[in-house]
Design a protein around this ligand. Structure first.
Ligand code: GLC
Ligand code: CA
Length: 544
């Protein structure tokens, strides 16, 4: 295993900085706050932190609209704080992964400020422009945040493209100068000591706005190869691309073991299915359990030895895992552990989104307590279309991005111990019973369950290399699989319901070693109690 890159046995923790920990009482989490919580993360056992954007930004989309890639936004601190974070994390064996937003910048980025002055400006070509007149859009492309993807600029007599908000103009990757500036900027961060990058909506950079092909344009993979050889193939960097359009076939390219593009991609097939006819694009489509199993099985088997999976159930754009796939009521702890075991038993690099290790849940707020631009735009658009208030709020409760963005629940103190001031977004009212302080004291907490899973990944090689095979694939309530290598075979078996369920397995597993279970009474073959999950290993005789 000498040549195996570090990130194949790593667990990565995502921090959404504004909601993690506020060190100065202004209600917004910051870099100094992260440093203060590094010991907590070291205790959990993670290897790297993916830091959502902390660059200088007008914060129209909470930092995914960058106005200076080489500076820190004052709400989060400054470059000295960033250097301190990198150094303090390194002392604990933790690497920092920066979030690179390369598809677009902020409209307040100096490049765009220049670009929109006139067609002759040297920066004009850094962005994507199309002719038209004030009343005729170039075409009917839509922004992901509602409305047209085109915005008129009278000074130029042209429209610019924005796949997200009007304050997020799309960069023109066809311009070699843009690509060069980007690679230089990335190198600057590498030289500062970061351990890798998460690449925001990277499948969009090869966009072809005239044909409507936005994801996976012809030039996407050539650009990735160029960027990879320019800056990614050094210093053991890990790179993970966000690719909503990814299929296993495409993932072979992105995460090919030859390292010519990225280490891995986030794929979203298990998050959102194709919309049914008439379904509204914004909502999550229903995800039948059989389909959920089928999707994971497909990705596990097709990438085996040909690519690398990233494993996640939630992030800052998605509802909380336990609320979506488990039960955030009676079986909250048990189902949170079950989901963790299901995910961490598979092949790939697991990602934990802040608070997931506590079993944090979705929220149901009044409209005025929400902050997310996507959610608020959707609300306005649906109001105009005549949706009822209840319908809109139900969509927000199920899918709104603020579900994941409420402050980290550190303790039962006011505002969950997140800030001494007024938090930028309300704290989930359940922090009295769900918080880190209590979970650290309880050996059976969700936190300690995650800690054990992370430790297992460091000590049980079959978790890294073992071949995945589905078991009980037709079972309507159970997700089970084995992982096998020359020395051992491991079984993961999970009940996705709040009922007792029964099953038949020809192979006897009760004589194996129970590595981890969320059930106090151990593993009893043939029966699973509500949301029960087990990981059992059998070592092959005569092999050492
Ligand atoms: C990604 C980010 C999301 C952001 C969008 C635009 O999907 O994860 O938070 O709004 O890109 O940058
Ligand atoms: Ca602060």
């Amino acid at each position: 295993m000498q040549d195996t890159p570090w990130w194949k046995s790593a667990v990565i923790y995502q921090i959404y900085p504004r909601s993690f920990y506020d060190s100065n009482g202004d209600g917004i989490g910051d870099l100094k706050g992260i440093v203060l919580k590094l010991d907590y993360l070291a205790e959990l056992g993670i290897d790297a932190i993916w830091l959502s954007p902390v660059y200088r930004s007008p914060q129209d989309d909470n930092g995914y609209d960058i106005s200076d890639y080489q500076d820190i936004d004052p709400i989060f601190g400054n470059l000295t704080d960033m250097d301190a974070l990198i150094a303090e994390a390194a002392k604990r064996g933790i690497r920092i992964i920066m979030d690179l937003v390369l598809n677009h910048t902020s409209d307040e980025h100096p490049w765009f400020v220049e670009a929109k002055k006139s067609r002759k400006n040297p920066y004009h070509d850094y962005y994507v422009w199309r002719d038209g007149d004030e009343n005729t859009l170039p075409n009917d492309l839509k922004s992901a945040f509602c409305g047209s993807a085109w915005e008129w600029v009278p000074e130029c007599g042209q429209y610019y493209l924005h796949q997200f908000s009007v304050k997020q103009p799309d960069l023109n990757w066809e311009n070699p100068k843009v690509r060069k500036e980007i690679y230089q900027m990335i190198q600057w961060w590498v030289d500062r000591g970061v351990g890798g990058f998460r690449l925001d909506v990277i499948d969009l950079i090869g966009k072809e706005p005239d044909t409507g092909v936005m994801a996976e344009g012809k030039m996407l993979h050539p650009y990735l190869k160029e960027m990879s050889s320019a800056v990614f193939q050094q210093k053991e960097l890990v790179t993970v691309g966000e690719a909503w359009s990814a299929t296993p076939q495409r993932a072979f390219l992105y995460s090919s073991p030859d390292g010519s593009e990225l280490s891995m991609v986030f794929q979203f097939e298990h998050i959102v299915l194709d919309q049914q006819p008439g379904g509204e694009k914004w909502d999550l489509a229903p995800l039948p359990f059989a389909k959920f199993k089928e999707i994971f099985t497909k990705w596990q088997t097709s990438l085996y030895q040909k690519g690398w999976n990233s494993l996640f159930l939630n992030n800052h754009d998605l509802p909380r895992a336990v609320s979506r796939f488990g039960d955030d009521g009676e079986y909250r702890e048990k189902s949170a552990k079950m989901l963790a075991l299901m995910l961490h038993g598979m092949q790939g690099t697991p990602y934990i989104y802040q608070g997931e290790e506590l079993g944090m849940t979705n929220v149901r707020y009044e409209l005025s307590d929400y902050r997310d631009i996507e959610l608020l735009n959707m609300y306005r658009e649906r109001k105009e279309k005549g949706y009822s208030e209840q319908e809109i709020m139900d969509s927000i409760y199920a899918k709104g991005r603020d579900n994941a963005r409420t402050p980290m629940q550190w303790s039962g103190e006011p505002n969950a111990g997140f800030t001494e001031g007024t938090p930028w977004i309300r704290v989930n009212p359940n922090y009295g019973s769900i918080n880190a302080e209590e979970e650290l004291q309880d050996p059976d907490s969700v936190f300690h369950f995650y800690q054990k899973l992370i430790q297992l990944r460091k000590t049980i090689p079959v978790l890294i290399d073992g071949k995945f095979e589905p078991v009980l694939s037709e079972h309507p309530d159970i997700f089970a699989y084995t992982r096998t290598d020359e020395k051992s075979c491991l079984l993961v078996i999970c009940n996705f319901t709040g009922r007792e369920v029964r099953y038949d397995l020809a192979e006897v597993w009760e004589d194996g070693e129970l590595l981890l279970s969320n059930e106090e009474n151990g593993f009893a073959q043939g029966l699973l109690r509500p949301y029960e999950a087990n990981m059992v290993i059998k070592r092959k005789e005569g092999v050492s």
